[in-house]
Ligand binder design. Structure first.
Ligand code: ADP
Ligand code: MG
Ligand code: ZN
Length: 479
C-alpha cells in the first residue's frame, strides 16, 4: 500500500471582542436569555440598514498586521447568499474579493524546528444565530449571536501544514496571537474561536492534490487534532480499497471520536456573491494603519525570544509559557518577585499546570496568586522550606488560596536547622541500619549512603535541612 502525506488547510473563525455587534448597537456578549439581544438590523427586517462597527475593523487590521499581512486599503463588503434558519436575512455580509488582510504568515515551532505557515486572507464578516435541535423533532433558534463581528483567517494554497501536530501548533500560535492583541478571547469551548480544517491526502512524492473534506464542530484543540488524524486515516483506507473521496463537509462526533458525512460541499458560484449595496467600501488610510501598528503589544514570538535571552530558559519552556498572554503575564510576575526565572518556569509548568489540569482550572483564575508562588520560591531558596515540603505546600496553596508564609507557620513546615535534633535522628538511623552502615564503611559501597539520607529526611517528615543532614552523616561515617 502506498504511503500517504496529509495536506491540511485551516479556516478559523474568531468572534471579535467588541461592545456591540457588527452592524447594529446590540450587545456583543456570550450567552444570555435567548433572543434578547436583537434588533431589526440583526433580525434581518426588510428596510433596516447596517452601520459599520469601527472597532471590529480595527481588530481585523490589528490581526492582519500581527499576521504579517498586506492591508487592502480599499477593502469592501459583499453579500454571500444562502438560506438557513439561523440566517434571517438570507445572506451574510462578508468580504469576497478584497478582504482586509492578504498574504501573511505565522511561524510555529514543531519538534524543535520553526516552520512558516502562510496565510491567504483575513476578512471580516458577521456571525449567524444558533440552532438548537431538541429531542423529538423540534428546533429553536437563538439570534443573540446573529450579527456578532466575526473574523475569518484562511491558510494559503498550496498548504504548508502536513500533520495533525502542525495543525495544533498553528492553532496554538494563532490563538496566542489573537489573545495577546486582545481581539478575541480564544475560548473554543464557547465557540468564540472555531476551526475548520480542510483535509486531503496524497501519495508521498505526488505533485497533485487529493480531494479534500472539511471538518466542522471541533470545539477543542484535542478535537482538532483527533479529527484530522481520524480523517487522514479514513481517507487512506478509502483510497487503499479502491474508493474515491467525496468532496464534502463532515461533522465531528466527540463521543465516538469519528467524523461523519454532513452534506456535500456547496461551490462558490452557489453563493451568488455581489458587492454589498448598503455599505460603502472601506478607505483604510496610512494613518489608520500606523496608529494601530504603534499600539501593537509585544507578540508571542518576541516575548518568547525575550524569555530565552533574558531568563535563560529553554526554547521548549519559552514556547509553552507564551501560549497565552495570561500565562506569560503570570510567569513574568512570578519572575519579577522571586528573581528565579528557572525555578519559576519549572514550578509553573510542572506542579501548577498539573493542579490546573486536574481541577479544570485556568491560569487567569488560578487560586494561587503569582505573588504567592513567588514567595514560595523565595522560601525554598532561603532554606525556610525544602523542595519536598514545597510540593505539599503548593497543593495547600491551591486549595486554600492562602499566603504560603501563613501556611508554613500554621503547619510547622519550616526546615529543622537545629543541629542537635538532626544529630539525634542521624544516630537513630545509624543504629537501626547497622548492615548498611557497615557496607559503606567496610566495603566502600558509597551508593548506599543515599538510603541513610532518605531515612533521616523521612524521620524528620522532610523538614530536616538537607545540607546539615549530609554533613552530620559524613561526620558519623568518618568516625
Ligand atoms: P473552500 O472554498 O472549499 O472553503 P478554499 O479554496 O477556500 O476552499 O480553501 C480552504 C482551505 O483549504 C485553504 O486553507 C486551502 O489552502 C485549503 N485547501 C485547498 N485545497 C486543499 C486540498 N486539496 N487539501 C487540503 N487543503 C486544501
Ligand atoms: Mg471552506
Ligand atoms: Zn441588533
Amino acid at each position: 500500500m502506498p504511503e500517504y502525506e496529509p495536506v491540511v488547510g485551516m479556516e478559523c473563525h474568531a468572534e471579535l471582542l467588541t461592545e456591540s455587534k457588527m452592524f447594529c448597537g446590540c450587545k456583543n456578549e456570550f450567552g444570555g436569555e435567548p433572543n434578547t439581544r436583537c434588533c431589526p438590523v440583526c433580525l434581518g427586517m426588510p428596510g433596516s440598514l447596517p452601520v459599520m462597527n469601527k472597532k471590529a475593523v480595527d481588530h481585523v487590521i490589528r490581526t492582519s498586521l500581527a499576521l504579517n499581512c498586506t492591508i487592502n486599503r480599499d477593502a469592501k463588503f459583499d453579500r454571500k447568499n444562502y438560506f438557513y434558519p439561523d440566517l434571517p436575512k438570507g445572506y451574510q455580509i462578508s468580504e469576497y474579493d478584497f478582504p482586509i488582510g492578504v498574504e501573511g504568515y505565522l511561524d510555529v515551532e514543531v519538534n524543535g524546528e520553526t516552520k512558516r505557515i502562510h496565510i491567504r486572507r483575513v476578512h471580516l464578516e458577521e456571525d449567524t444565530g444558533k440552532l438548537f435541535h431538541v429531542v423529538g423533532d423540534e428546533s429553536y433558534v437563538d439570534l443573540n449571536r446573529s450579527g456578532v463581528p466575526l473574523m475569518e483567517i484562511v491558510t494559503d494554497f498550496p498548504p504548508d501544514i502536513h500533520s495533525a501536530e502542525e495543525s495544533r501548533a498553528y492553532l496554538t500560535k494563532l490563538r496566542a496571537i489573537l489573545t495577546y492583541i486582545g481581539v478575541c478571547d480564544g475560548k473554543m469551548e464557547e465557540g468564540s474561536l472555531r476551526c475548520e480544517p480542510n483535509v486531503s491526502v496524497r501519495v508521498v512524492g505526488s505533485e497533485t492534490f487529493g480531494t479534500k473534506t472539511e471538518i466542522k464542530n471541533l470545539n477543542s484543540f484535542r478535537a482538532v487534532y483527533k479529527g484530522i488524524e481520524y480523517e487522514v486515516e479514513r481517507q487512506a483506507e478509502v483510497l487503499d480499497s479502491g474508493g474515491k473521496i467525496a468532496q464534502e463537509t463532515r461533522g465531528w462526533n466527540d463521543a465516538k471520536q469519528i467524523t461523519f458525512s454532513q452534506r456535500s460541499k456547496e461551490v462558490e458560484q452557489e453563493y451568488r456573491y455581489f458587492p454589498e449595496p448598503d455599505l460603502v467600501p472601506l478607505e483604510i488610510t496610512e494613518e489608520w494603519i500606523e496608529g494601530i501598528r504603534a499600539s501593537m503589544p509585544e507578540l508571542p514570538d518576541a516575548r518568547r525570544a525575550r524569555f530565552i535571552a533574558d531568563y535563560g530558559i529553554t526554547s521548549y519552556d519559552a514556547t509553552l509559557l507564551t501560549d497565552s498572554r495570561a500565562l506569560s503575564d503570570y510567569y513574568e510576575e512570578v519572575v519579577k518577585e522571586s528573581n528565579d526565572p528557572k525555578s519559576a518556569a519549572n514550578w509553573l509548568m510542572g506542579d501548577l499546570m498539573r493542579l490546573l489540569n486536574a481541577n479544570s482550572g485556568e491560569i487567569g483564575t488560578c487560586p494561587i496568586r503569582a505573588s504567592h508562588l513567588a514567595t514560595m520560591l523565595r522560601r525554598i531558596n532561603d532554606g525556610t522550606i525544602s523542595g519536598k515540603i514545597a510540593k505539599t505546600l503548593i497543593e495547600e496553596m491551591y486549595t486554600t488560596g492562602n499566603d504560603p508564609d501563613a501556611i508554613i507557620e500554621e503547619k510547622g513546615w519550616k526546615t529543622v536547622k537545629d543541629t542537635g535534633a538532626i544529630q539525634a535522628m542521624v544516630e537513630k538511623v545509624f543504629a537501626e541500619n547497622p548492615a548498611i552502615v557497615a557496607d559503606i564503611k567496610e566495603k566502600g559501597l558509597v551508593q548506599k549512603r543515599g538510603f541513610l539520607v532518605g531515612q533521616v529526611m523521612k524521620a524528620s517528615q522532610g523538614k530536616a535541612d538537607p545540607q546539615e543532614v549530609n554533613r552530620l552523616i559524613d561526620a558519623l561515617l568518618a568516625r
